[in-house]
Write a protein that binds this ligand. Structure first.
Ligand SMILES: CC(C)(COP(=O)(O)OP(=O)(O)OC[C@H]1O[C@@H](n2cnc3c(N)ncnc32)[C@H](O)[C@@H]1OP(=O)(O)O)[C@@H](O)C(=O)NCCC(=O)NCCS
Length: 433
């Protein structure tokens, strides 16, 4: 195939003097094209070394667009600000999965199906009740969503579009049930069954907080704020947990197992756990007077200002702006979290301090979300569960894209082997004699 000279890369291998023209497509070269760069006798050719995939595109995707320099986040081309302010989490889930906003009939049908599938098999309940009293809710969520594959063994037919669709509906419907039951378990309270007369988010709140009342009626402002938070977490292109879902999904396993791996990746403190660290930091600072000394410590490199900085956003994280707004709505109902004053003052000082300005460090999604979750009476272990429920449609949209992408193969990276070769095995009877 001839290579377009105006849109290609010419590479000269100084080991051999040979030159290669490699096509550039969408600002990338295919790593496999480097395989032709070989030494005589070399079979596999040149490869790239990229731990953590910091400069490697692993897929083509039309789900989420991020422009980190300008603080832009779009789902299927719709700016996050418009979705957070005007849409609902269920509609955003539809958008992510189906690629377009629903008509009225499509939305009603979607809402009906999701609502209809919120219940789980009774054996899931007894299975969850078997966890230790102090089990981390993320461990319970990961295990129970993975266990759903045993209740729906047909879910392994991932090449059947109707089958994929019903598993997607089931998972979006059941994640709040599993998450809420993990929460109730830790509190020693009875699990609450779904109330199908409530909206998706109101039902979630009911399963979390209902006690002896006949019907739980959450405050609409809280429902709206939590719905907004779920929208803000719904997708974030190829982050660590999405990469885990795609990587496990590339083996053609069922979607419950793939999403369980996403929950596992999200559990890690470098991914889903930062908002908890922000809360701990704010509590430790304790009062506004202590902020200057704290900032000096950060600038001296003693610690980081948690909730600031991002691998992709080198501008204000658009989600942080929207969460800040949601804070006002929640605090109107719950009363102001006293840590808010410290957070606002920290932000003001950091945004005007040369250290943070020069490094383009701005508040990220985690800076304010922990304050809201705490005001809503969630213990820190539940913060990541809320994130996982919000992220489920994103994981599934990316999984769906993967299963229908002809370019995709089983995820199987190369390695640079650094160990010993050709060792001679000496039997135990001789080595231990
Ligand atoms: C998110 C994060 C891991 C991104 O890291 P990264 O893209 O690898 O950026 P780096 O660690 O290379 O940081 C670049 C510079 O900014 C500094 N920096 C980054 N985040 C900082 C923070 N939160 N507080 C203070 N300094 C910070 C680094 O010390 C480094 O300074 P240097 O150039 O003088 O060495 C990082 O900003 C961080 O640790 N933030 C706090 C944790 C957090 O909020 N995580 C949630 C992310 S959604």
């Amino acid at each position: 195939m001839s290579v377009d000279p105006t849109n290609s890369l010419t590479v000269r291998d100084n080991r051999t003097g040979a030159e290669y023209d490699i096509p550039i497509t969408d600002g990338t070269i295919r790593a496999a094209d480097l395989g032709q760069i070989k030494l005589p006798g070399d079979l596999s050719g040149l490869a790239t070394y990229d731990p953590g995939f910091t400069n490697t595109a692993s897929c083509r995707s039309s789900v989420t667009y991020i422009d980190g320099d300008n603080g832009v986040l779009e789902y299927r081309g719709y700016p996050i600000e418009q979705l957070a302010e005007q849409s609902t989490f269920l509609e955003v889930a539809y958008l992510l999965i189906h690629g377009a906003l629903p008509t009225e009939a499509e939305y009603k049908n979607w809402e009906h199906h999701i609502t209809f599938h919120t219940y789980v098999h009774e054996n899931v309940k007894s299975f969850m009740q078997g966890f230790r009293y102090d089990a981390h809710p993320m461990g319970m969520l990961m295990a129970s969503v993975g266990a759903l594959s045993t209740f729906y063994p047909e879910s392994v037919n991932i090449h059947d579009a109707d089958n994929r669709n019903i598993q997607i509906i089931r998972m979006i419907a059941k994640m709040p049930t599993l998450g809420a039951w993990a929460f109730r378990h830790a509190q020693g309270k009875p699990y609450v069954y779904p109330d199908n007369n409530l909206s998706y988010t109101a039902n979630f709140l009911s399963m979390l907080f209902k006690m002896s009342e006949t019907r739980y009626h959450p405050d609409e402002r809280i429902v709206r704020a939590l719905d907004t938070l779920l929208i803000l977490h719904a997708d974030h292109e190829q982050n660590a947990s999405t990469n885990a879902v795609r990587s496990v999904g590339s083996t053609q396993v069922d979607p419950y197992s793939a999403v369980a791996s996403g929950v596992g990746a999200l559990f890690g403190p470098l991914h889903g756990g930062a908002n908890e660290a922000v809360l701990r930091m704010l509590k430790r600072i304790g009062s506004v007077e202590n902020i200057p000394a704290f900032i000096e410590g950060v600038k001296a490199g003693n610690e980081r200002l948690m909730g600031f900085g991002h691998r992709v956003y080198k501008n204000y994280d658009p989600r942080a702006k929207l969460i800040k707004k949601a804070c006002d709505d929640v605090f109107e109902v719950t009363g102001v979290n006293p840590l808010l004053k410290i957070a606002q003052e920290l932000e003001k000082i950091a945004l005007n301090d040369e250290y943070f300005v020069k490094r383009r460090l701005y508040p990220n999604v985690d800076f304010y979300s922990g304050l809201i979750y705490e005001a809503l009476q969630f213990p820190p272990e539940m913060f990541t569960v809320l994130f996982a429920i919000g992220r489920t449609p994103g994981w599934l949209a990316q999984w769906l894209e993967l299963t229908t992408d002809k370019d995709q193969k089983i995820a199987r990276p190369k390695q640079i082997y650094t160990g010993a070769r050709g060792q001679l095995y000496v039997p135990q009877s001789q080595r231990w004699a």
